[in-house]
Design a protein around this ligand. Sequence first.
Ligand code: FAD
Ligand code: NAG
Ligand code: NAG
Ligand code: NAG
Ligand code: NAG
Ligand code: NAG
Ligand code: NAG
Ligand code: NAG
Ligand code: NAG
Ligand code: NAG
Length: 536
Amino acid sequence: MTTCLSTTTMLPFLCFLLFSFLWSASAHTHEDFLQCLSLYSEDSNSFSKLVYTPNNSSYLHVLQGSIQNSRFNTTATPKPPVIVTPMNVSHIQATIFCSQKHGMNVRIRSGGHDYEGLSYVSVLPFVIIDLINLRAINVDVENSTAWVQAGATLGELYYSIAEKSGTLAFPAGACPTVGAGGHLSGGGYGGLMRKYGLAADNIIDAQLIDAKGRILDRASMGEDLFWAIRGGGGNTFGVVVAWKLKLVPVPHTVTFFSVLRSLEENATKLIHRWQYVANKLPEDLFITAYITKINSSQEGISTIQAEFPSLFLGGADRLLPLMQENFPELGLVKDDCTEMSWVEFVLYNSGYSSNSSLDVLLNRTPQYITNFKAKSDYVKKPMPEIAFEGIWKRFLKVGIETPRLVLVPYGGKMDQISESSIPFAHRAGNLYKIQYLLLWNEQGKEASMRHIAWIRRLYSYTAPYVSKNPREAYINYRDLDVGMNNIQGNTSYKQASIWGRKYFKNNFDRLIQVKTAVDPDNFFRNEQSIPPLSSS
Ligand SMILES: Cc1cc2nc3c(=O)[nH]c(=O)nc-3n(C[C@H](O)[C@H](O)[C@H](O)COP(=O)(O)OP(=O)(O)OC[C@H]3O[C@@H](n4cnc5c(N)ncnc54)[C@H](O)[C@@H]3O)c2cc1C
Ligand SMILES: *[C@@H]1O[C@H](CO)[C@@H](O)[C@H](O)[C@H]1NC(C)=O
Ligand SMILES: *[C@@H]1O[C@H](CO)[C@@H](O)[C@H](O)[C@H]1NC(C)=O
Ligand SMILES: *[C@@H]1O[C@H](CO)[C@@H](O)[C@H](O)[C@H]1NC(C)=O
Ligand SMILES: *[C@@H]1O[C@H](CO)[C@@H](O)[C@H](O)[C@H]1NC(C)=O
Ligand SMILES: *[C@@H]1O[C@H](CO)[C@@H](O)[C@H](O)[C@H]1NC(C)=O
Ligand SMILES: *[C@@H]1O[C@H](CO)[C@@H](O)[C@H](O)[C@H]1NC(C)=O
Ligand SMILES: *[C@@H]1O[C@H](CO)[C@@H](O)[C@H](O)[C@H]1NC(C)=O
Ligand SMILES: *[C@@H]1O[C@H](CO)[C@@H](O)[C@H](O)[C@H]1NC(C)=O
Ligand SMILES: *[C@@H]1O[C@H](CO)[C@@H](O)[C@H](O)[C@H]1NC(C)=O
């Protein structure tokens, strides 16, 4: 709440003034910066065609093309004087070098899904390193591995795997437009999480360019830095150019099912029961719960609907008895189930029909264009029914557009991986994760303020029922409200430890050590990047 970013919606005018001031004060800086780029790249002619300033007619198209949250797509949103779209590592090295020389803040962008827009918004004079041109994918079926460049999307990755194999997959997120660079830097989960852990648990090598411009792989960066980049958050340790992934086996046929229940159909009781069941199910079964506000048949009246979109790694014949045994209350019947391949599940689960062409996975434009604000929580003890009823009451409040609650079951493999294995610390003991999500299309400052205030109040309301000391949160659902931030990005150790322990628990200490060793000058920084010790 102390940053310009998180209050942009409340004080856009002030932010705008502040930024105009910084922009004009830095006009000199970024001209010099551009000159530096042309001097220090080995191929300045071809490189200049990869550099955009507001003077280039395609600047806005490139800037906005990867913006996922309309909240940071306004005229008042601070914009970069320069965007660089490197084709190879030498372009990244030149950008790092010149940014250091001319005091530009760097924001690295892969898919642009950052919930708070940190990959493309800064109040400092800044340059975006947009990895849109670095998205090669190389799948090695024989060894069940793949190299994926950071600018590739998960959809592109799933497409490339499916081209070569119907029984290999990667345990990352559901949404095809999400970028590999940011997603794996923050953990990354999807329907295979209970069987294979997070995306970051399945990284076996990486290519990274650090603040000194060195090109490092796992062997040359060492195990501390390799540990840190697998979940410690992006824009902190360097530019990830590519990841090497361990692919995982999936059966030819998986089953997607979903069950819808209204309040009248005991939705609240089912959600309550789900808390006891979903995290103890066999690892092949991933049952999420999704709560929305819908229009009821009575005109002008809203109601609550619970949905249970789910994945089973096997056929419906094996699934039905399993459900009868473990979760009979859901009343799953064969008609609720659709058998398909794993990649068809990815399509289906993100709103396409399972028989649509796989090509839709290659579409990078946002699937849903809307303003949103989200928060996350971890739950270690089932919440009482009355707590859910209180949430429904808030959902039904007039003047709030589209609230959602997404409950993601833990357990399975997540319980078996140690808290310190990678920076992502939310392991055994968590029944599930909550994502609170609020989407709205109404334009303007007042609408933003009203919606953001609503989700903050909801978050206060649920405090007694969720993890405490720290109240844990998922960094990939970035939320600038969870601690003190510093708009300069040079957050002090004390400030950072507030959100740092929520995101990483005690892994925060090791992240600080790694950061201090590899980037003591805090070159790679944003509002929630790990600071080096020297800046405290
Ligand atoms: C529609 C939608 C669906 C989502 N679904 C899921 C889901 O199913 N599961 C899940 O776990 N999460 C999900 N997320 C959250 C998502 O994982 C995070 O927002 C993630 O950080 C996005 O990565 P990105 O590359 O697209 O974003 P960006 O905004 O490009 O990057 C996010 C952060 O990482 C940094 N960064 C980006 N690339 C690099 C790089 N190459 N090197 C170093 N730092 C880098 C950025 O500077 C920024 O700080 C979803 C988000 C959205 C908007
Ligand atoms: C942007 O404009 C500059 C100056 O005209 C030019 O050198 C550069 O190649 C342009 N960039 C792109 C991506 O076209
Ligand atoms: C943009 O164009 C204006 C006017 O044509 C010029 O003065 C300015 O130097 C240009 N800026 C950059 C960064 O090329
Ligand atoms: C951002 O704005 C551009 C231009 O108005 C628009 O084309 C794009 O769809 C918008 N994206 C989002 C996520 O708001
Ligand atoms: C980067 O690409 C340019 C051509 O765009 C080429 O001249 C240069 O050698 C490449 N550098 C590296 C390190 O691959
Ligand atoms: C599989 O890995 C081995 C050892 O790294 C390598 O020699 C081999 O070429 C790889 N297979 C393929 C198909 O690339
Ligand atoms: C809801 O629960 C009650 C009793 O708890 C039961 O009688 C009723 O059949 C249930 N309704 C549905 C639609 O499952
Ligand atoms: C619900 O109704 C309102 C107004 O009656 C309408 O604007 C809105 O689009 C409807 N929502 C859905 C999901 O049908
Ligand atoms: C996809 O499947 C649906 C039924 O699930 C069918 O109605 C539709 O025609 C199919 N579309 C294509 C392109 O095959
Ligand atoms: C952050 O940087 C600003 C300006 O560069 C400086 O005034 C401030 O003291 C710094 N804060 C910390 C915590 O280092």
